[in-house]
Design a protein around this ligand. Structure first.
Ligand code: XCC
Ligand code: SF4
Length: 627
């Protein structure tokens, strides 16, 4: 059972910007996520084990295996209860990613139809490559190609489509395995909806069948909705290329209007960025006494703008509340996912405007703007002007920016990674064979106030690069790596000799930032490219994934689609399945026999590093390479 039994210092990066701002928040009487966690503990043991159920009003039920309360009113036992809960958890995460992907597909269709004039196709080459991949014509007007590609992906969201467009990227053996297990995803919307159906009382009562459908649901995200989100974002906003920018709260500017874009989608945030460069709006900012308008990112919307535009990143999940405490944030502009409802209350204690932009994400007390692809540029101007107005109300006594920003390098799309190596996977494969890069681990995901912020991300990354294992990073792990100096070529000094040498030759960091959480689809795609080039299944590759500080349903979906794709995945905290020994065993070992990968749960990042190192050694030996 999780108990918040240590001082808050043990859970936050107390020594740096986090700690100073927590102190300031304390003095101002504000409650933060850590305080609320303390007030919530001890947390419910039944929920933590996955053994509570509130799916019908014969319940709620709490299952106590071994006692006369070992079944719910309907007769569901511990295994079934855990499986139903976990299935819905994964469905929630998959739905979130995939619904985000849908927004990009819709904007592309609007561009194709000529209705979204503020948006363009920035990467026509990629659009045409996708059209060719999907068997569509690339001749004629580019808008027609855009509409065709969007409509093809739209079919993937529906029931009667030709099958998910991106599945052709997989090695044949993986496809055949999924078909054999009946876990090939059939529709992006279909699988999470079917999960809700199956987990209604009295439908799928077999925990193993539910676990397999959870895998299928997650695959509809990874190889469906998330991949659509990534690829179409690249088409519309440009495929990322390496470049430098900055990270941490020092990216906020005391003399400028600061606007933080928060959430996950680039659709609105790209328009905010455009509006902030509008000379008429800049003139208003000057009139208000500001030296310009500064846009910075939070969480994954931040990652999207960072990858493509070099927009600095103010912080990750556990920094979001604290950004407001600096007293220099005029507006937080939020779309959806991972946006703490508490931000509205904290913003109200300052001059900060909390703005929502998505009709899916309502926050009582926020300033609501109803963005759509047609009005986006105009509304973005209004939002930026709102921030300029707020600047006039800033309280100089509340300003505190505790740190100087740290430089980082970003923009490592697969196109950029392979492009830097001559455009084919061969040099990367040669580097793996030679042991210059012994393997690769994707460190992805969130912060969680139950763990010392950023510590697990950074410690694990350092352990891995020391052993010549390249790290790819996405999501909220990014700013952790950046602050630790791991996203600069100089960070290679922390790597093993061989990896450091390669980084120096190529001028790249030992930890490559590949994007937001939907961009984990870049990692599985790259794995498929490597597996195809080597003629092996993905599970044979010396690769792994890790979510050391995860918190969200989406992270569970990512972990499960990675495992179902054949990539063993480490979690720093267990999912809520421990109440079922059968499902726990399946997750941490049984899945190896089913999909060639499984979960590893290890709370100590040094130990996790050693386990992943061993895994990579054994995969290398399996390929006939030196350990
Ligand atoms: Fe959310 Fe993507 Fe997790 Fe960060 S990493 S806390 S899911 S913002 Ni996606
Ligand atoms: Fe209880 Fe079964 Fe209803 Fe769940 S579905 S609340 S276990 S009766």
């Amino acid at each position: 059972m999780f108990v918040f039994d240590k001082p808050i210092e043990e859970f936050s990066s107390w020594a740096n910007e986090t700690g100073c701002l927590i102190d300031k928040a304390r003095k101002e009487g504000l409650k933060l996520a850590w305080d609320r966690l303390a007030s919530q503990t001890p947390q419910c043991n039944f929920c933590e084990m996955g053994l509570s159920c509130a799916k019908c009003v014969m319940g709620p039920c709490r299952i106590i295996p071994g006692l006369d309360r070992d079944k719910g009113v309907c007769g569901a036992d511990a295994d079934l209860t855990v499986a139903r809960n976990f299935g819905r958890f994964v469905a929630g995460g998959s739905a979130a990613h995939s619904d985000h992907g849908r927004d990009l597909v819709e904007v592309l269709r609007e561009i194709g139809s000529g209705h979204a004039t503020a948006y363009q196709i920035r990467d026509e080459g990629k659009l045409k490559r996708l059209a060719e991949e999907f068997g569509l014509s690339v001749n004629g007007d580019i808008k027609k190609v855009a509409k065709d590609v969007a409509e093809r992906l739209g079919q993937d969201y529906s029931t009667f489509g030709p099958g998910l467009a991106f599945l052709g990227r997989l090695p044949k053996v993986r496809r055949e395995l999924w078909d054999k297990l009946s876990i090939t995803p059939r529709g992006i919307d279909r699988e999470p909806v079917e999960m809700l159906h199956r987990t209604h009382m009295g439908v799928d009562c077999d925990p193993v069948s539910l676990a397999l459908h959870a895998a299928r649901t997650s695959l509809s995200d990874g190889w469906g909705g998330s991949m659509a989100g990534t690829e179409i974002s690249d088409v519309i906003f440009g495929t990322p290329a390496p470049g430098k920018t900055k990270v941490n709260l020092g990216v906020l500017k005391a003399d400028m209007v600061n606007i933080l874009v928060h959430g996950h989608s680039p659709v609105v945030s790209e328009m905010i960025l455009a509006a902030a460069a509008d000379p008429a709006i800049l003139a208003e900012a000057k009139k208000a006494g500001a030296n310009g308008i500064n846009i910075a990112g939070l969480c994954c919307t931040g990652n999207e703008l960072l990858m493509r535009r070099g927009v600095p990143l103010a912080g990750n999940h556990m920094m979001t509340e604290l950004t407001i405490v600096t007293g220099v944030v005029e507006a937080i502009v939020a779309d959806y996912q991972c946006i703490m409802p508490s931000l509205v209350n904290i913003a109200q204690c300052y001059h900060t405007k909390f703005v929502t932009t998505s009709d899916k994400g309502h926050f009582p007390g926020a300033e609501r703007f109803h963005f759509n692809p047609q009005n986006a540029r105009e509304l973005a101007g209004q939002v930026v002007l709102l921030a300029v107005e707020a600047f006039k109300k800033r309280d100089p006594n509340k300003i505190f920016i505790p740190v100087e920003p740290v430089e980082i390098m970003s923009g490592f799309s697969n196109e950029a990674i392979l492009g830097a190596l001559g455009g084919t996977p061969d040099p990367l494969i040669e580097a793996i064979k030679a042991g210059t890069v012994r393997g690769a681990v994707g460190i992805v995901g969130c912060n969680n106030p139950k763990l010392k912020q950023d510590h697990h991300h950074v410690t694990l990354a350092k352990e891995l690069i020391k052993k010549d294992i390249l790290v790819l990073v996405t999501g909220c792990a990014t700013s952790a790596m950046g602050k630790a100096g791991l996203l600069m070529p100089e960070g290679a000094a922390m790597a093993g000799e061989k990896l450091a040498g390669l980084c120096q030759t190529l001028g790249i960091p030992p930890v490559l930032h590949v994007g937001s959480c939907v961009d984990n689809s870049r990692i599985i795609h790259l794995c498929a490219v490597l597996a195809n080039a080597l003629g092996v299944d993905i599970s044979a590759l010396p690769v792994a994934a890790s979510a050391p500080e995860w918190y969200s349903e989406k992270a569970a979906a990512i972990g499960l689609y990675a495992v179902a794709t054949g990539i063993t995945t480490h979690l720093g905290l267990p999912p809520m399945i421990l109440g079922s020994p059968a499902l726990t065993n399946l997750a941490v070992s049984g899945l190896n026999d089913v999909v060639g990968a499984c979960f590893i749960v290890e709370g100590d990042p040094v130990k996790a590093g050693a386990i992943l190192d061993d895994l990579i050694s054994s995969k290398r030996q399996g390929l006939g390479l030196s350990a």
